[in-house]
Design a protein around this ligand. Structure first.
Ligand code: ADP
Ligand code: MG
Length: 293
């Protein structure tokens, strides 16, 4: 069934919504089906995995993941530790390529183009599909240099242009007002929450289309977490965001759609309000109500 979908195509309003397949008995039987954002026939799909299998050597970490990520929205990936959330996220910009002995089967599409074919420029792919990690990882350089870094390696050379882009990115990352008077100060002197927003600014500077975030707030205190969540909410008007979180309240607060993973499989994918109020699978309900974790 996934063959009839192209990723940039508008979703077919006639297509069965995920919520319409309740009579299927087990989540496993759903593997291989394309999960569509159920409520939004007009949503444009920016990224999509189709029947994605992933292996660390002999060990299969992902089994037949088919998941469509809609433009200008936040898609949350939840599930118990070790279920494959980070592995899946890294498949979306080929970050797993750098781990020896790994192998991908199935497709990952960005605007309908398979990112795993030979002629894809991986550097350009990672510019288009940026990433923010759990641990903020600023370079031991100034605040300014941290944001300018990607611009320099991507050869946006004019100094005035760089300055403009750094300011724009810091503003977009809701950090400008806090750092504008000390752009030359070391990034390491910022608080944890500021450092994480700096890393988001660095990702934004090179003009990504999709932003992948792997537990971006899990090392932050509640106030810094709230700032990052507000930022994510703002960013989705310009970007397409996929976020891994083990914090279910966070998924409920920031995301439009939620994908629940378990043991390398996608159990259920639907609108976030549906997942958190009326999930289709018993096991999803058990997880979100904290019966296991
Ligand atoms: P999550 O992010 O949901 O906690 P991961 O994607 O990190 O899960 O891990 C999924 C599975 O893949 C786990 O069993 C984990 O041990 C394994 N795994 C993750 N990274 C590696 C790696 N670099 N090498 C081998 N196995 C790994
Ligand atoms: Mg992880």
């Amino acid at each position: 069934m996934s063959d009839e979908m192209t990723s940039t195509a508008e979703l077919d309003a006639e297509a069965p919504a995920l919520t319409d397949v309740d009579e299927r008995t087990s989540p496993v039987e759903r593997q291989g089906e394309t999960s569509k954002p159920a409520e939004a026939p007009e949503a444009v799909i920016r990224m999509e995995s189709r029947n994605l299998d992933f292996f660390y050597g002999e060990v299969q970490a992902l089994h037949g993941i088919s998941l469509a990520i809609a433009e200008n929205s936040v898609t949350a990936l939840i599930g118990p530790s070790g279920c494959g959330k980070s592995t899946f996220l890294r498949c979306l910009n080929r970050m797993n390529d750098i781990i020896p002995g790994t192998r991908v089967e199935g497709d990952v599409l960005l605007d309908g183009v398979d990112i795993y074919t030979g002629d894809v420029d991986v550097v350009d792919l990672r510019r288009r599909v940026g990433m923010v990690f759990q641990k903020s990882n600023p370079f031991p350089k100034s605040i300014f240099e941290n944001v300018a870094y990607g611009l320099k390696i991507n050869q946006v050379v004019r100094r005035s242009k760089i300055h403009e882009r750094v300011e724009k990115s810091l503003r977009e990352a809701a950090l400008w007002d806090e750092v504008k008077d000390r752009l030359d100060a070391p990034a390491m002197g910022l608080s944890g929450g500021q450092q994480q927003r700096l890393c988001i600014a660095r990702a934004l500077a090179i003009d990504p289309e999709v932003i992948l975030m792997d537990e971006p707030a899990s090392a932050l205190d509640p106030i810094a977490t709230q700032k990052v969540e507000e930022l994510i909410y703002q960013l989705k008007s310009h970007y397409t965001i996929a976020i891994v979180t083990h914090n279910m309240q966070q998924a409920a607060r920031v995301s439009d759609r939620t994908a629940f993973f378990m043991m390398g499989r996608l159990v259920e994918y639907d609108r976030t309000d549906k997942i958190f109020t009326n999930p289709g699978e018993k096991i999803t309900e058990d997880y979100i109500t904290g019966r296991f974790g």
